[in-house]
Design a binder for this molecule. Structure first.
Ligand code: ZN
Length: 222
């Protein structure tokens, strides 16, 4: 009986001591240190772009800036998981990392260009856009100039899937029946209003199976 308090008391002190150590640290500084990796994402232009992308009803995750050497980098970029539409979200396949301003243009094009053209011309709404990706550290073919893909500022789009199950690809649809032709030409034209450079099957053989949609101030549309 008498030995019990002598054993228990030191144990209680140890337990109390363990609990007291973290509580005595300034919790505000701990919280700021934990948030440190997000600082580069919080630059004003990144924050502004992410706010705008959120307002489109899109689902995305901001990504940390990365520099790959050879002039290739992805900054102010996101992983885009879904694009907000009038009545549903569209999925985007095979995109990978994409620059946020380009994601914004892409979200606007998908909703106001592609989905509405699909409903009006093909009678069924858009559910999915299939891409051939965005980021790729490479030059513009045949030149020593870095492609916009080296900054994730271009997306190559291959096909569109509608709610009724139809899949319209650039490759087989560009010269297919009247409706598919009209649909692809309509969304190509609307892309030219939202992107700096748009290249498709009429540009050259290398683009016969996709639209190249590039962010920027240019107005090259072919
Ligand atoms: Zn491209």
């Amino acid at each position: 009986m008498r030995s019990h308090p002598a054993i228990v008391l030191p144990l209680l002190l140890i337990v109390a001591g363990c609990g007291a150590i973290p509580q005595s640290q300034p919790s505000g500084r701990v919280a700021r240190e934990a948030a440190a990796p997000a600082v580069s994402l919080a630059r004003p232009e990144a924050r502004q772009c992410q706010t705008e992308l959120g307002q489109t009803g899109s689902m995305f995750a901001p990504l940390p800036d990365k520099f790959y050497g050879a002039g290739c980098s992805t900054t102010n970029s996101v992983k885009l998981d879904g694009i907000g539409g009038d009545r549903r979200q569209f999925t985007v396949t095979n995109l990978g990392v994409v620059a946020c301003p380009l994601a914004n243009s892409f979200a606007g094009w998908a909703r106001y260009g592609v989905d509405r053209a699909a409903q009006q011309i093909l009678g069924s709404p858009l559910v999915r856009i299939e891409t051939m990706g965005s980021y790729s550290c490479r030059n513009v073919a045949g030149t020593g100039r870095l492609s916009a893909h080296s900054r994730a500022e271009a997306i190559d789009v291959a096909a569109f899937v509608l709610a009724d199950g139809r899949r319209i690809s650039v490759k087989s649809g560009w010269n297919a029946g009247r409706d598919e032709r009209e649909f692809l030409r309509t969304i190509h034209t609307s892309a030219c209003k939202r992107f700096g450079t748009v290249l498709g099957p009429d540009y050259n053989q290398a683009h016969q199976d996709h639209f190249h949609l590039e962010y920027g101030a240019g107005t090259y549309c072919r």
